[in-house]
Design a protein around this ligand. Structure first.
Ligand code: AFD
Ligand code: MN
Ligand code: MN
Length: 399
């Protein structure tokens, strides 16, 4: 790295933070089963402790996304959860209502033909908005499993109308400083149609809902060949990009650690964002969040891998010489234009990462520091003992 690159890299590091999902620390699995981990979080306090541990090592994960049903036990005070977060050195970030697990959501939530179910869903969202206001969270992050499994099962246009109405009602609930993020997903768990199936639908519904509704791009929620950075560039241009759920995938929503399959794609997404800022002089407000919950890797190691990979790719993308790129584009100099991206992607930014961490008294190798800390062994022992006391089987992470 030369001096100019080092300066750009350190500036990028100062402006990068990524949110950790509470659900990433609890035992989870696939529909074929769970592989329980002794150190998996049992309750919300465990999840916040683990998130605080990750942030203490990386310095770039100050907030924790929470799932209303899983993280706020019935009757638990929101102030208690906020205080627990503070105790562990983190803050509550986005609030995720759970509109997919209760039995009455079998045929959908906001899209359900039954007005009583839509009302129940809106009541839950209202409670979630209130939790957000109580803990000072800016983002309400909405994902819907809604859709159908067979042709003819649901009226696609009627369901679209229900979503328009319910998302508008949701927008009305928001405080002035709150933003609602509308996430899309092409399929799963619905296998014939998903009501919010792609970025276009999420943008359309957000625009109809109100000015503080934006699109949430989950990198695992695209068909194999989709050009995600093109979607990001269009959403940026329309001022409709609200945030990301980062993970990686080989086939679809596989919940793999970021960059384990295609780091260059994530680099190209960040490049579009850096280029937008350079071209417009604006720094768009984007919620960078992780959405993963690992079945195979040790959970804390997987969370460290994703957050550090995101940080590194964000910095690499900041090294693209966008001025020179524009000249190459104007002259149709295809090879040099591509090389400007490739050279940045292959630049070793370790010196900047180490410098940034040294200045903040952070370990230069956070994963190694975690392994040396004994934290994993400590929680495995303590939580195994507590599970026995509580008469819980293994796992039991969804409080
Ligand atoms: C699942 C869904 C979606 C949602 C996440 C957290 O596919 O990505 O954001 O759970 O609720 O991954
Ligand atoms: Mn997601
Ligand atoms: Mn997902």
């Amino acid at each position: 790295m030369d001096k100019k690159q080092m300066t750009a890299a350190l500036a990028a590091l100062d402006n990068f933070a990524i949110e950790i999902p509470s659900w990433g620390f609890a035992d989870t699995g696939t529909r074929f089963g769970k592989f329980l981990q002794a150190g998996a979080a049992i309750d919300t306090a465990d999840k916040l402790a683990d998130a605080g541990h990750v942030h203490s090592l990386t310095g770039c994960c100050p907030t924790v996304a929470v799932h209303v049903l899983w993280d706020f036990a019935p009757g638990q005070k929101t102030s208690e959860v906020a205080a627990q977060a503070k105790k562990f050195g983190v803050k509550i970030g986005s609030i995720n209502p759970n509109l997919f697990q209760d039995q009455h959501y079998k045929f959908g939530s906001f899209g359900n033909e039954d007005a009583a179910v839509r009302k129940a869903a809106l009541d839950h969202v209202r409670d979630s908005v209130k939790i957000g206001q109580a803990v000072g969270s800016r983002y309400l992050s909405l994902w819907f499993a809604d859709g159908s499994n067979y042709p003819g099962q649901g009226d696609i246009r009627e369901r679209k109308g229900h979503f328009e109405e319910c998302l508008k009602a949701t927008h009305k609930m928001l405080a002035k400083d709150q933003v609602m993020l509308v996430e899309y997903k092409p399929y799963e768990p619905a296998f014939y149609h998903t009501d919010i199936m792609d970025w276009g639908m999420a943008m359309l519904l957000s625009k109809k809902a109100g000015p503080r509704a934006k699109v949430l791009v989950d990198t695992g929620h695209h068909y194999l060949s989709q050009n995600i950075e093109q979607i990001v560039a269009v959403l940026l241009d329309e001022d409709m990009l609200g945030g990301f759920h980062f993970n990686d995938r080989r086939y679809s929503d596989d919940d793999l650690t970021l960059g384990s399959i295609d780091p260059y794609q994530i680099f190209r997404i960040f490049h579009e964002i850096h280029k937008f800022s350079h071209d417009t002089g604006k720094t768009p407000e984007i919620a960078y969040m992780i959405d993963q919950s690992h079945n195979i890797k040790p959970k804390i190691e997987a969370m460290l891998q994703t957050s550090l990979m995101a940080q590194e790719l964000f910095v690499k993308a900041a090294l693209v010489d966008v001025k020179a790129l524009r000249v190459c584009q104007a002259k149709h100099n295809v090879v040099d234009a591509e090389l400007l991206l490739k050279n940045a992607f292959f630049t070793d930014v370790t010196p900047a990462l180490h410098e940034w961490r040294r200045k903040r008294k952070l370990p230069t190798n956070p994963l190694e520091a975690h392994r040396k800390s004994g934290y994993a062994e400590l929680i495995a022992k303590e939580r195994t003992h507590r599970r026995k006391e509580l008469g819980l089987g293994g796992g039991g992470g969804f409080a």
